[in-house]
Design a protein around this ligand. Sequence first.
Ligand SMILES: Cc1cc2nc3c(=O)[nH]c(=O)nc-3n(C[C@H](O)[C@H](O)[C@H](O)COP(=O)(O)O)c2cc1C
Length: 198
Amino acid sequence: MIKFINLKKEIPYTIFREKYEEAHRKGQKNIEAVAISSYDCKKKEVESRFVNLKFVDDGSFIFFSNYKSPKSLAFESHNQISALLYWDSINIQIRMKSKISKTSLHFNKNYFKGRSLKKNALAISSHQSSYIESYEGVQQNFSKALNSSNLSECPEYWGGFSFVPYYFEFWEGHKSRLNKRDAYEKVDDAWNHHVLQP
Ligand SMILES: Cc1cc2nc3c(=O)[nH]c(=O)nc-3n(C[C@H](O)[C@H](O)[C@H](O)COP(=O)(O)O)c2cc1C
């Protein structure tokens, strides 16, 4: 579930919330899953991966990850991302473009304290995306972390990422194939609306 806090009363946010509620009512699985695409200037590579959106706070979309992971290094080298959701229960695709940044240490610490100890042990134990000899090694690192004393203390290498889109596109699939596309682009604090050809 995505938690909405003081959601911005601007049109693309209102549409996002409405579509989310509709997909949720229809029992959408993995409703939090969003594909984040990044560009790493050093590697000259574009890469995408799913993460789980946890909050939309005011205008910020927030997910959590490892700050030493490849995605984090890519965000540091180039802070432009695109985010992509597809809710098949209502046949909606949502595309967003944004800059991305880290959430505050204070926010990370508070959020970490409220999570399950198992989730925290996993976050603590994993050097995300680094090579390891075997899956047994992963299990051992996890067990070690699970038995360690302070599982509520957020490590400095874990936390949130926040992005405030300047572009949204809502694509609605229709049986007639005349799919509906509405794009919203923020220019000088106003949202410009365009209908796109399918
Ligand atoms: C549905 C789904 C949700 C995921 N959620 C997260 C998440 O919230 N945070 C995260 O770090 N990885 C998440 N992952 C794993 C990432 O896709 C990815 O494997 C991992 O973050 C390493 O990515 P990187 O090497 O690009 O940094 C999720 C994977 C799936 C399939």
